[in-house]
Design a protein around this ligand. Structure first.
Ligand SMILES: Nc1ncnc2c1ncn2[C@@H]1O[C@H](COP(=O)(O)OP(=O)(O)O)[C@@H](O)[C@H]1O
Ligand SMILES: [Mg+2]
Length: 215
């Protein structure tokens, strides 16, 4: 496990704000970091992509009473953007009772819409921390070449072989173009996608990827 430098920043922000949003692309390591944070606090973890976890939250007393003194970690927050007013109510009520920090750790992608909604509703109550892929200080100078070639997404960087790393990146880029970019609000015409795909269709290193031109 590579120790992420951002961990200390997340802890510091949690000690200062009732809510902290840890934002970053899929597969960058948000959930893994949250699991480490969860061990340090008395906490409860909910994955909002899971129906049973969303259902738990429909009970209004869930946060107010049961988990009043716990750090509540909400993963994939972009699945339920209209959650922010509820969080605001809980945070404000808690403030009156002296609960001023470490109440919510929100994980999700940094889409413009999510930032707008959370920023408007939770102004003054939320700190944002952006998580990037692994960087040189985290992997060490001896790995500079690997980092340069494979990039800093942990599963690509740590892949057992060059081929596995390439396959991981090909899949990641395709999913990013087809699913994540549209969700982030980017309107990429279907006809434009092949231009980006020059990075994805790498032919597993057999041909130089930049020899393929766009449409
Ligand atoms: N610090 C780390 N060291 C080693 N592997 C990591 C680290 N952080 C994440 N990973 C690996 O990267 C992959 C994606 O991590 P995950 O936390 O699920 O990302 P996210 O929640 O941002 O989508 C997982 O296979 C995980 O084991
Ligand atoms: Mg995750």
């Amino acid at each position: 496990m590579i120790i992420r430098q951002i961990y200390e920043i997340v802890r510091e922000r949690l000690n200062l704000f009732p809510a902290v949003a840890l934002l970053g692309p899929r597969q960058v390591g948000k959930t893994t970091l949250a699991e480490i944070v969860a061990k340090e606090y008395s906490s409860v973890y909910l994955d909002l992509e899971k129906f049973e976890d969303v259902e738990k939250m429909s009970d209004p007393g869930y946060f107010l009473n049961i988990h009043r003194h716990k750090l509540v970690i909400l993963d994939e927050i972009q699945c339920i953007p209209n959650l922010f007013p509820l969080l605001r109510g809980i945070i404000d009520k808690g403030r009156k009772q002296g609960l001023r920090n470490s109440r919510f750790l929100l994980l999700g992608s940094a889409s413009g819409e999510l930032l707008r909604q959370s920023g408007e509703t939770l102004a003054g109550r939320i700190a944002y921390v952006e998580m990037s892929p692994l960087h040189l200080l985290e992997v060490g100078g001896q790995s500079v070449e690997t980092l340069w070639i494979r990039g800093g997404f942990p599963d690509s960087f740590l892949a057992k072989s060059e081929r596995k790393s390439i396959i991981w990146r090909d899949n990641f880029i395709l999913t990013y173009l087809e699913r994540d970019l549209p969700r982030l609000g980017a309107r990429v015409p279907v006809a434009t996608l092949p231009i980006f795909n020059i990075f994805a269709v790498s032919d597993l290193g057999q041909n130089p990827i930049w020899s393929i031109s766009g449409p």
